[in-house]
Write a protein that binds this ligand. Structure first.
Ligand code: CP
Ligand code: NVA
Length: 312
């Protein structure tokens, strides 16, 4: 049985296969109208969500299945009456797949240790693999073959999306440059960087962390940013974080430093005037709503892959 905890659960070949399936599903959804017939997806969210919540439910329904959104706040788990392992052991007797959005990645690992069905990471503080599946699909659509392309991420380096971008770009033979403030609370985790560098060595591509935003953006094919105030960040930290991250805001000057025709990406939700200016996110280079749509197509491919492996 397979799970999707982080992109590195898969080999680059499997990642490519799933991306190709996602493109096929997107091109001909009718051909997959019964691909998950009568399959039940159990969804559990400890944090807010628009895209993940809605794209998983619409996605499984469009393939003939059904989704249950489980409210943690009214559950025995949320009330401290039932353990996470017991909850997952029970759910595994009913559902065919589980998607979980959690604070602690260790809780996802505990779910995987106790489940009888595949578990998908719908975001933890450590990684967000479903987002990056959608992003790689989007980059392929706009820029063609991923190999040799350069992605520049600006902003919060110590971040789930940044970590999964490091994994995904390195696996797909892309160069990745992260522009972020210096300091362990702003830079990617050292073990993620080491994994990315090892994966990139196979392709001879670069993995760079720098505090020079314009250097990171220079000639990039993709400029990507994410919230400076992720769901788990204390709102009291807003002013201090804005001061730290403002030099990494994506502006028209940054986009003009990137390659001609570069695309702008943000996993959303976005805050105009913070991680990017309104003119960038609402401008002609922005592909943020293609990214949002592709969450559904990419996740449908992920679900079909995991269902096909769930009895092995
Ligand atoms: N990008 C993303 O995961 O969005 P949600 O938080 O709305 O699910
Ligand atoms: N880094 C962000 C991603 C939101 C989709 C967060 O964790 O809130």
């Amino acid at each position: 049985m397979e799970h999707l905890s982080s992109l590195t659960d898969w080999s680059p070949d499997v990642l490519n296969e799933v991306l190709t399936l996602a493109a096929t599903l997107k091109a001909d959804p009718e051909a997959y109208a019964d691909a998950a017939a009568r399959k039940v997806l159990f969804m559990i969210f400890e944090k807010p969500s628009l895209r993940t919540r809605v794209s998983f439910e619409t996605g499984i329904v469009r393939m003939g299945g059904h989704a249950i959104n489980y409210d943690v706040t009214t559950s025995p788990l949320g009330a401290g009456k039932e353990s996470l392992p017991d909850t997952i052991k029970v759910v595994s007797r009913y559902a065919d797949l589980i998607v979980a959005r959690l604070f602690k990645h260790a809780d996802l690992t505990e779910m995987i240790a106790n489940t009888g069905v595949p578990v998908i990471n719908g975001l933890t503080d450590y990684s967000h693999p479903c987002q990056i599946m959608a992003d790689l699909l989007t980059i392929r659509e706009h820029k063609g073959d991923l190999k040799g392309k350069t992605l520049c991420f600006l902003g919060d380096g110590f971040n789930n999306v940044t970590h999964s971008l490091l994994h995904g770009c390195a696996m797909m033979g892309m160069n990745i440059r992260v522009g972020c403030p210096k300091g362990e609370e702003y830079e990617p985790l050292p073990d993620v960087l080491a994994q990315a560098k090892a994966l990139a060595a196979v392709h001879g591509t670069e993995v760079v962390v720098t505090d020079f935003a314009f250097g990171a953006a220079d000639g990039a094919d993709v400029v990507y940013t994410d919230s400076w105030m992720s769901y788990h960040i204390d709102p009291k930290d807003l002013d201090a974080r804005v001061a730290k991250f403002m030099p990494f805001q994506v502006t028209n000057s940054i986009m003009n430093t990137a390659a001609p025709g570069a695309i702008f990406m943000n996993c959303l939700p976005a805050a105009r005037g913070y991680e990017q200016t309104a003119e960038v996110i609402d401008g002609p280079q922005s592909v943020v709503f293609d990214q949002a749509e592709n969450r559904m197509h990419a996740q449908n491919a992920v679900m079909l892959r995991l269902l096909s492996k769930s009895r092995t």
